[in-house]
Design a binder for this molecule. Structure first.
Ligand code: GLN
Length: 279
C-alpha cells in the first residue's frame, strides 16, 4: 500500500465511523505513525507503507473509530501555546478556556492563585509559565485528574511554585483564611440530564466528574460563591468560565455571598468569563 492509498483507506474508515473531521484526522493519524508532518506526507504519496506501520495505523484507527478523542490517542493536547499531557480520566483542555487565562493574566500581577478543578493543570500552569511572580494551588477532587496535573507540573518543572491539592472544600492552612489573591475555575457545567446527548468523544470518554454541573449546571458555581469570600483576600478576584446557553444569566442571578460582579466577557455564543471581586 502506498501513502496515497493509505490515506484513502484511513479516510474511508473514519468516515464510516462518523468521525467529524475525517480528512484532517486521517492525515494526523498517518503523520503520527510515520513521525512526519503533513507537508512531508503530501509530498511522498508514492512511498510504501511497511507492515509494522500498517499494524500501528490500524490500532489507532480502531481507537478513533470507537470515537476515542484524538487527544487521548496522542496523549497530548495544545493549550495556550504549549502541549499538555492528557489521557483517560482528565478533561481535554478547550480553546475557549484560553480566554480565562488571558483575563487572569491581565488582573494577577503577583501572589497566590487557586485553580479550582484543575484537571490537566492547563489553566494554572499556563498562568505560572506566563507570569513568574505567581504561585499556585492546583486543586482537584479526582485522583486520576491529579495524576495528569502532576505529570504536567513535572513536564514544565514547576514543583517549586505550585501545590497539588487533592481536596475540594478545604485549602492548605497557610492560605485557607483570606489567603488567596485570585481564584480561577472552569468548573463542570453540563446539566446532568444533558450529558447523554453530547458527542460520543465527550460522553463516552471524558470524565463525568469533569462535566457534570448538577441538575441545572450551576451546582459548582454555587459552591464557589459560598467559599470564595472566605478564601480570597479583600479585593481578591474570582474568575469563572461559564458555559451553556442561558447559564450566564442563571449564574449572574445566583446568590454571590457578597462577591460583586466586576466584569463579564463573552467568548462566544455559549461561553463567558465572569469576574467577581471580594470587596
Ligand atoms: N481546569 C481544567 C480545564 O479547564 C479542567 C476543568 C474541568 O475538569 N472541568 O481544562
Amino acid at each position: 500500500m502506498t501513502l496515497i492509498e493509505a490515506k484513502d483507506y484511513v479516510t474511508r474508515k473514519l468516515k464510516s465511523a462518523d468521525v467529524p473531521d475525517y480528512l484532517l484526522e486521517s492525515d494526523l493519524l498517518l503523520c503520527k505513525v510515520l513521525g512526519c508532518d503533513r507537508a512531508w506526507l503530501l509530498a511522498h504519496g508514492d512511498r510504501q507503507v511497511f507492515d509494522h506501520e500498517l499494524e500501528h495505523l490500524n490500532a489507532l484507527i480502531d481507537r478513533r473509530c470507537r470515537r476515542e478523542p484524538l487527544a487521548y490517542i496522542f496523549g497530548e493536547a495544545p493549550f495556550y501555546g504549549r502541549t499538555f499531557l492528557v489521557g483517560e480520566g482528565v478533561l481535554i483542555p478547550r480553546q475557549e478556556t484560553e480566554i480565562l487565562v488571558d483575563m487572569a493574566l491581565s488582573f494577577a500581577k503577583e501572589g497566590v492563585v487557586l485553580d479550582w478543578g484543575t484537571g490537566s493543570g492547563c489553566v494554572i500552569l499556563s498562568l505560572l509559565l506566563e507570569n513568574p511572580s505567581l504561585r499556585g494551588i492546583a486543586l482537584d477532587l479526582s485522583p486520576k485528574a491529579m495524576r495528569w496535573a502532576w505529570r504536567n507540573v513535572d513536564r514544565f518543572g514547576l514543583f517549586d511554585r505550585v501545590v497539588l491539592w487533592h481536596e475540594s472544600a478545604r485549602l492548605p492552612n497557610k492560605w485557607g483564611d483570606h489567603g488567596l489573591d485570585m481564584i480561577v475555575s472552569n468548573p463542570p457545567y453540563i446539566p446532568t440530564a444533558d450529558i447523554g446527548f453530547l458527542m460520543p468523544e465527550v460522553r463516552l470518554y471524558e470524565p463525568r466528574s469533569a462535566l457534570d454541573g448538577g441538575p441545572d449546571g450551576t451546582q459548582w458555581y454555587g459552591f464557589l460563591f459560598k467559599n470564595a469570600p472566605k478564601w480570597l483576600k479583600r479585593g481578591g478576584l474570582l474568575l469563572v468560565e461559564v458555559g451553556g446557553r442561558g447559564r450566564e444569566e442563571a449564574v449572574l442571578s445566583m446568590d454571590h455571598f457578597g462577591l460583586v460582579v466586576h466584569e463579564v466577557k463573552r467568548v462566544n455564543n455559549s461561553v463567558s468569563i465572569v469576574v467577581f471581586k471580594n470587596e
